[in-house]
Design a protein around this ligand. Structure first.
Ligand SMILES: NC(=O)c1ccc[n+]([C@@H]2O[C@H](COP(=O)([O-])OP(=O)(O)OC[C@H]3O[C@@H](n4cnc5c(N)ncnc54)[C@H](O)[C@@H]3O)[C@@H](O)[C@H]2O)c1
Length: 366
């Protein structure tokens, strides 16, 4: 198969759909790989790295789309790319169709095979191509939170690890899922006192088993949250209700109960956030302050660490990309039920029911 790796052109996106290691694997399997010039630069991979792995570098994005049977990328195509997509071409990337009717209609019109990273689902119901980004965001949440706890950026002026003779800072983690566990692990590593809340006892049992003794678990309910926000310096929002808006576990009135300079990092911002006052921010302008509480709510946290994020993402996408290249999309999806769940639009037909429901369509609208 001929596989194309275009440069991401969405604002502030420095990740790339494949590393030189991925190219090497595809070429080893007798596939041809075209990489757009400088596609990997933002992630620290240069043209010569790709060439050494066996890729051919093409100058323009138009050439990559025109000459490839399968496009592997990171973000959904943006408007400038729509007309480059060809009928029957496989697009393997994040799409998040339910959040954009325009994108959905464009992909229906182009009659491509759209396989969405975010809906590939394994037997346990987890989303293996979303997990690495939650891991990155969870770990980053503590790094960012620690920074914004500093006084010059209006934080409480607390060093998370404390020092001899001074107690460490306290971190409250809402949700013991992927984000929550990674955040708790980082905070614990810094020496902070950590409290993890969840409503799922299995997750709390897991956290209790794997975490050191200065990480404690408590059941998530309003009573406990109201009590704990008064004494914790950094609050991490890592709650997810699958397919739904995140619940507002921290309401506006609760901000007054927190001490001035408390920091909230609401990682769940992409699902509306688990704090009532959360609104999406960017890496250029990541924080805002309400009632003396610092809010950090960047919607694409992994974008700030493209080297790590690209590696983490491509580690999990490559086996699927290889399968698609080796077998073609039909046989690959037939053989692999997880990959089949990734099929969202096939040559003009929406095959993922939630998309149709998201727009209230009764039938497919082109
Ligand atoms: N901002 C970013 O850049 C970024 C990056 C990656 C992921 N995310 C988002 O982070 C969020 C968490 O993702 P995840 O992969 O950790 O999800 P996950 O499904 O692994 O974990 C979510 C956890 O929330 C728990 N939960 C549900 N209701 C709760 C409640 N009332 N109180 C406490 N816990 C509750 C669930 O039991 C589960 O353990 C998602 O919204 C995801 O989209 C954001």
């Amino acid at each position: 198969m001929i596989v194309g790796i275009p440069k991401e052109i969405k604002n502030n996106e420095s990740r790339v759909g494949m590393t030189p290691a991925g190219v090497f694997e595809l070429v080893k399997n007798n596939h041809k790989v075209y990489v757009q010039s400088d596609a990997g630069e933002g992630s620290g991979f240069f043209n010569q790295d790709y060439q050494q792995a066996g890729a051919v570098i093409l100058d323009t994005i138009g050439q990559v789309y025109a000459m490839s049977e399968m496009i592997v990328k990171v973000k959904e195509p943006i408007e400038d790319e729509y007309d480059l997509i060809q009928q029957g071409q496989i697009l393997f990337t994040y799409f998040h169709f339910a959040s954009s009717e325009a994108l959905t209609k464009a992909m229906i019109k182009q009659k491509a095979i759209c396989i969405a990273y975010e809906t590939v689902e394994d037997e346990e119901g987890t989303l293996p191509l979303l997990t690495p980004m939650s891991e990155v965001a969870g770990r980053m949440a503590i790094q960012q939170g620690a920074k914004y706890l500093e006084k010059p950026v209006k934080g409480r002026g607390v060093l998370l690890g404390g020092v001899p003779g001074v107690a460490p800072g306290k971190v409250l983690v809402l949700g013991a899922g992927v984000v929550g566990i990674q955040a708790a692990k980082m905070a614990a590593g810094l020496g902070a006192h950590v409290t993890i809340l969840d409503v799922n006892m299995k997750r709390l049992r897991y956290a209790n088993d794997v975490m050191p003794p200065h990480v404690v678990t408590e059941f998530s309910n309003e009573f406990n949250i109201r009590r704990l926000i008064k004494t914790h310096d950094l609050i991490i929002g890592g709650v997810l209700l699958k397919g739904a808006k995140a619940p507002n576990l921290i309401t506006r009135d609760m901000l007054k109960e927190m001490r001035p300079g408390t920091v909230i990092v609401d990682v769940a911002v992409d699902q509306g956030g688990c704090v009532e006052t959360t609104k999406p921010t960017t890496h250029e302008d990541p924080i805002y302050i309400i009632d003396d509480v610092v809010h950090y709510s960047v919607a694409n946290m992994p974008g700030a660490v493209p080297y790590t994020s690209t590696m983490a993402l491509t580690n999990v996408t490559l086996p699927y990309a290889l399968k698609l290249a080796n077998l073609g999309w039909e046989a690959a999806c037939e053989k692999d039920a997880s990959l089949k769940k990734g099929l969202n639009i096939v040559e003009g037909n929406v095959v993922y029911q939630e998309i149709i429901e998201a727009f209230g369509w009764e039938e497919i609208v082109a």
